[in-house]
Write a protein that binds this ligand. Structure first.
Ligand SMILES: [Zn+2]
Length: 341
């Protein structure tokens, strides 16, 4: 018969000298593999009388179990040893990459904070909208060029003859969202609605197919033009962090009556005329009181309620604030650009 005790002692002593995974694998093959002395012995037992089989079988299996457990323990010890050895605490640490907010997000958050202080609600809605909201409800005439697919991304639906609410688009501006709000709220109210808009345009330093806008609408019983100017000043002074001068010129937009082009005195030259502005003024945004048809589309009586819209390009505002000269950088995902903010 084999000396199980001596066999176990020899295997254990050898195991204590093992320092690597390769060494451990050789040890396992030698002592627990198919041709290990212990395994051969256990197999030979099969041909022995029952009494011997019982007695030696249980002794042999106990040794095998013991060696297997010691082996697993050694795997763990080797792993721990290799991990601790690889940490050199005298090495300088790795600087973690900390993300930052996109310039558009920063300007948007700033504006949201400013308007919330003035009691405005921040509203959001779907990017997939419809001809009904984006044109019909906003008093765009049926033949208005902006309806053409040159500018608006229309979404193919089963019925190509669809019109109005059934003719879907990627919203080319945010103003349709104000109608959704009006239809579900009772005036007086004031809210802003920042978001992304889409237009099928060729891109250059000043144009992108995807861009961000920031709109505000106040509806109350008595809103004057000077009330509208307060909105404009709130936006511009918040973004640029200083007092600004604005002027309002007549401009035509289907959803406002009367419509205005709102300009800000150039911050580069203070109105003295420079290469940025040309004539001392920078065009900032359209605005004006909602057209009565737009209020009606929102379920609001234009005889009783008045309002004021402003609609500003967030990309453009962020570009002016941070001195960025190409709108395409905004959506490029270029880390060299983004890490500056
Ligand atoms: Zn200027």
């Amino acid at each position: 018969m084999i000396d199980l005790g001596a066999l176990q002692r020899a295997a254990q002593e050898e195991l204590e000298t093992v320092r690597t995974n390769e060494g451990l694998e050789s040890w396992r093959i030698k002592h627990l593999g198919r041709s290990a002395a212990l395994m051969l012995f256990l197999r030979e037992l099969a041909g022995m009388p029952l009494e011997q089989r019982k007695e030696w079988g249980s002794k042999g299996n106990a040794v095998r179990k013991e060696l297997q457990e010691l082996c697993e323990q050694r795997v763990h010890e080797i792993l721990v040893a290799s991990t601790t050895q690889s940490i050199d605490i005298t090495q300088p640490g790795m600087r973690p990459n900390i993300g930052s907010l996109h310039p558009i997000t920063r300007v948007k958050n700033d504006l949201n904070d400013a308007f919330k202080l003035l009691g405005f609600e921040v509203y959001d809605g779907p990017e997939i909208s419809s001809e009904g909201y984006d044109f019909d409800a906003l008093n765009f005439p049926p033949d208005h060029p902006a309806r053409e697919s040159m500018d608006t991304y229309w979404i193919k639906t089963k019925n190509s003859q669809s019109q109005g609410a059934k003719k879907l688009d990627l919203r080319p501006h945010l103003t349709g969202l104000s109608v959704r709000y009006m239809q579900t709220h009772t005036p007086p109210f004031r809210f802003v609605y920042p978001g992304r808009a889409f237009r099928s345009e060729s891109t250059d330093a000043g144009h992108e197919q995807t861009f961000y806008q920031y709109e505000a609408l106040v509806v109350d019983e008595d809103i004057s033009l000077s009330g509208g100017k307060v909105l404009v000043y709130t936006i511009l002074e918040r973004v640029f962090g200083k007092q600004v001068t604005i002027r309002m010129r007549p401009g035509f937009f289907p959803f406002v009556e009367p419509g205005f082009e709102i300009d800000m005195q150039c911050l580069q030259c203070g109105g003295e005329k420079c290469s940025v502005c040309g004539d001392g003024w920078v065009e900032m945004m359209p605005g004006g009181p909602p057209h009565p048809n737009v209020l009606r589309a929102g379920g609001i009586d234009p005889a009783k309620w008045q309002g004021f819209y402003i609609n500003i390009g967030l990309d453009r505002l962020a570009m002016m604030k941070y001195g960025i000269n190409d709108i395409r950088l905004m959506h490029s995902g270029d880390l060299r650009f983004l890490r500056q903010f």
